[in-house]
Design a protein around this ligand. Structure first.
Ligand SMILES: *Cc1c(COP(=O)(O)O)cnc(C)c1O
Length: 412
């Protein structure tokens, strides 16, 4: 079976993981990553969400409103709550997956501390609009959530450089991986020093037990993504046998992993350090898979059109309809997300045909009990996406995309 995601790791990562720890492993990864994304400083964290938590605290934000997307990874508002601030959710823009920046600007008031501008699925956030917001509200910090985008560009400008700081995540589902882990990057000297100071005070170094657990996890991941092992894993996952490993959130709770204050292990840093070198190959695979999908999918019956500035998931008509995502220059396509009217059928028929069509962000955060049980109508676009999004594999370049497109007629 073709998996919905696959980390691009090879023997070199494995050798790096086996290497004896050296002091400076984390610093080397930080330096290499800062260089990759063109920022002066990078600070490593055990998870991206821990990075966000420390960033909000280093910015001195407490008891304030932090504007973030309704349709994003749920760990983002968790970190906001842990920092003593309040998430304010904003629906998606029509015709795209990113937060509606006009609505975001309308939500700004004297209690607003920051906006978390997210480039979801690799689509660059609209930096022209963000510039306007920044000019009109200079006291509101702009934080770039680049966990999906990894150097996506808006009209040639890399998004991660257009704010006070940027957030990245490195778990195995991300564009680059260091097993787990996250990074905050910034050009701001003062903020960097403050973050380092907070880390020193409140982040412990990884214990040998954690390092060993990460090593075992990495060794287990290694064969997992090879068919037929993956088919077995997929079956186990569907039966709920792997919940402990694959569920990164529980719907009714606002929580953090047990080791969220125990820093990235050296093993993870060494794996990340090697993986960084594959960046160009990884991005070009994703972009060529996406290009293949765009050029070869609109011929199928049932496809309405590209999601464009005037439509959302509510445009899906009939039992077999499908919307293609927007095609945007500068997107890194961490995910290629289509909208379908019958997701369950896609997932089941996909498995029968040897392709795992994954679900991706299958929730609208404000609807969750821990975030107020809002009605779907209050965030209609995010609610629609959360019920219709299906993730097509992009990790394997156009070679894999060709195989995926061949089975699409079976889905319609
Ligand atoms: C993965 C992700 C993060 C960070 O996740 P961690 O698991 O904490 O590393 C942040 N934002 C988005 C949108 C993500 O997908």
């Amino acid at each position: 079976m073709i998996p919905r995601l696959k980390p691009i790791i090879g023997l070199q990562e494995f050798i790096a993981a086996l290497h004896l720890p050296r002091s400076g492993d984390l610093e080397k990864f930080e330096t290499a990553f800062a260089q990759l994304v063109g920022q002066r400083h990078a600070v490593a964290f055990p998870y991206g969400r821990t990075g966000l938590l420390f960033l909000l605290r280093a910015l001195g934000l407490e008891g304030q409103e932090i504007i973030c997307p309704a349709y994003t990874c749920v760990v983002v508002p968790h970190a906001i709550v842990y920092s003593g601030n309040f998430p304010v959710f904003i629906d998606c823009e029509r015709g795209g997956f990113n937060m509606d920046l006009d609505l975001a600007e309308q939500a700004i008031n004297e209690k607003t501390g920051a906006i978390i501008a997210t480039s979801l699925f690799g689509y660059p956030v609209d930096l022209d609009k963000l510039d306007q917001i920044r000019n009109r509200h200079p006291k509101v910090y702009i934080i770039q959530d680049c966990a999906h985008s990894f150097s996506a560009e808006w009209k040639g400008r890399p998004v991660q450089r257009e704010g006070i700081a940027a957030l990245f995540g490195f778990n195995i589902s991300k564009i680059l991986t260091s097993v787990f882990g996250g990074m905050i990057t910034t050009d701001n000297e003062k903020l960097y020093k403050k973050m380092r100071q907070l880390c020193k005070q409140e982040l412990n170094s990884a214990s040998w037990q954690k390092s060993f657990r990460r090593f075992l996890y990495f060794v287990a991941v290694y064969p997992t993504f090879y068919e037929p092992v993956y088919s077995l894993i997929n079956l186990m996952e569907r039966l709920g046998l792997l919940n402990e490993f694959v569920q990164y959130y529980s719907a009714g709770k606002i929580n953090m992993p047990k080791d969220y204050l125990e820093n990235m292990s050296r093993i993870e840093a060494r794996v990340g350090m090697v993986n960084v070198k594959r960046y160009s190959e990884i991005i070009s695979n994703r972009q060529s898979a996406a290009a293949y999908y765009f050029e070869n999918m609109d011929k199928f019956k049932g496809i309405l059109q590209n999601l464009n500035s005037s439509c959302s998931a509510s445009e899906l008509r009939g039992p077999n309809s499908l919307l293609l995502p927007p095609r945007v220059d500068g997107s890194t396509y961490s995910h290629f997300v289509i909208l379908v009217s019958n997701r369950e059928m896609w997932l089941q028929r996909g498995i029968k045909n040897g392709v795992q069509f994954g679900w991706i962000i299958e929730y609208n955060i404000p609807e969750m009990p821990s975030y107020g049980r809002h009605k779907p109508e209050e965030f209609p676009i995010a609610a629609g996406y959360s019920r219709a999004a299906v993730n097509l594999p992009v990790w394997g370049g156009s070679g894999i995309a060709v195989k995926v497109v061949k089975v699409i007629p079976e889905m319609l």
